[in-house]
Unconditional design. Sequence first.
Length: 281
Amino acid sequence: MTQNEDAFTKLFTDWLLNEKKLNAKVVYEYARISFNFTQKAKISEFNPNEDPQQRKQEIQEKVKTFLDLENPHSYRNNLASLKKLFEFIGEPEVMEGFKYKAIMPTFSIQTPSIDDMVKFGKAIENQKIQVYYYLGVVSAIRPEHLLRLRKKLFDKNNNMINTWMKVFGKKNFFFSFYTNETKPLIEEYLKQIPDNEVLFDFGKRYICKEFCKASEISGVKIVPKMMRKFSTNWLRRHGMISEDVDVITSHVPQSVVAKNYLDVSRIHESYNEATEKLKIL
């Protein structure tokens, strides 16, 4: 790294930390990716005699090449880094045409089809297990966190489960939603639960027993983890951007969520659009 490059990286890093108030780990990653891009792209400083539109197109081609060559699962971080980089150097318009993509993750267990999920749900005979199942399928909440939900966490006006200020063990859980289709089923069940009681007064062994029974009836093998896998998969496939899915599935630190994802209404709107065609009952 030359002296000029070192000085630029320090200025960029200080700007991210002090002006943008980003987490130190995020700043390090953005600076690393941006430096990697500038090394490959070799973009010169803006020349007043240069045609701005032509310069913009040339840089955009270099950005596209960089993003296409990198690991597709790093696309979101790479794009976010470059957006901040060009904002810092005063040319944010360069990144206007680049959008975040929904990246399909690789799952360690099979993700069932919606037909299998519907068939399995209809085979569940126990009402509590049925609500547990449908809530898990549409909300992407971890199976163990479903067992800790209490009635008072539900915002029925917004089809929302808000656990922002609650502790759910080592793994985060901030908030999620449920669909209009499942709303009557879930909220009718909520009427039976005292305000400060958990929704589901049973444990993992009982769930496994009931899931095995429904699997035998339906001919479809479903385990609790598949509810979250299916839900996450569906949201990504139907247009919800990775950063929003990561908030709902709690794959980001609380400090990052607090600083960057307070626009819950926007995430809710994105959720509604992604689940518009999710008919599970």
